[in-house]
Design a protein around this ligand. Structure first.
Ligand SMILES: [Zn+2]
Ligand SMILES: [Zn+2]
Length: 253
């Protein structure tokens, strides 16, 4: 299985528009972060988790010409705002499957009403094939995917386990019973916003505590704010099996 980090930034991305913060001015490509998303590929299958405002650029950058569907963690704009840009896939493949919590589907229906219109559709509007997911395993191709539920301030959010790989973002609290589902993963991706505490996201120390509980062989941090610091400096402070993810990073599991 191959995982490509399409974006590793928090909601504003890095650089932040108009910011003169040193991390936003950094010339290091590892300090430039699009909104958070990953491409997961195995055998002939390719799925994207979340579809934020940088989706078009991410698909071009990853040279991605076919996807089997999009899986959504939750409805926040930094995870959903790029949905109009699925059109090239729809023109080629037909309705694009999306895997989504019922509440998130309702949010998409409101924000992208023209996508879900059944009458007088605008020719060329994108179209999707929704699959409502609950907190129980579901099938993607030949893969059994296990949702991991957490909370993100007051909203429910899904992470996903694909065999030995798990991807969780926008988590602030995860119950023990959900953490149990992660036991035995080789690679865990988890969000770490910045050093100081935040109401809806794990701080760096909260993310490291979470990694300690799950005990994966390797962990990667994502959904990163410019306030966390320069990639190279933060990486030096991390435990030896923990890595700061960066855009375009590819890992094999
Ligand atoms: Zn987010
Ligand atoms: Zn969010």
């Amino acid at each position: 299985m191959k995982v490509t980090f399409l974006g590793t930034g928090t909601s504003q991305g890095i650089p932040v528009i108009g910011s003169s913060h040193p991390v936003c001015l950094s010339e290091n490509p590892k300090d430039k972060r699009l909104r958070v998303s990953v491409l997961i590929e195995w055998e002939n299958f390719a799925y994207v988790i979340d579809c934020g405002p940088d989706f078009r650029q991410q698909m071009l950058r990853a040279n991605c010409s076919n996807i089997n569907g999009i899986i959504f963690t939750h409805e926040h704009a930094d995870h959903t705002a790029g949905l109009d840009d699925i059109r090239p896939f729809v023109f080629k493949q037909g309705d694009l499957p999306i895997y989504v919590h019922e509440r998130v589907l309702k949010a998409l229906e409101t924000r992208f009403n023209y996508i879900f219109e059944t009458e007088n559709r605008y020719p060329g509007a994108p179209s999707v094939l929704p699959h409502v997911i609950e907190n129980k395993p579901f099938q993607l191709g030949n893969m059994n995917v296990i949702p991991i539920e957490g909370t993100h301030y007051q909203i429910q959010v899904f992470g996903f386990r694909f065999d030995k790989f798990a991807y969780l973002t926008d988590m602030k609290f995860v119950e023990e019973v959900e953490i149990e589902k992660l036991k035995g993963v080789d690679v865990l991706v988890i969000n770490a916003l910045r050093e100081t505490e935040h109401i809806s996201h794990f701080s760096l120390s909260e993310a490291l505590d979470f990694i300690d509980k799950v005990k994966p062989k390797r962990a990667y941090l994502t959904h990163i704010s410019h306030l966390l610091g320069f990639h190279d400096e933060v990486q030096q402070k991390l435990p030896e099996n923990v890595f700061l993810a960066y855009d375009n990073l590819q890992i094999t599991i």
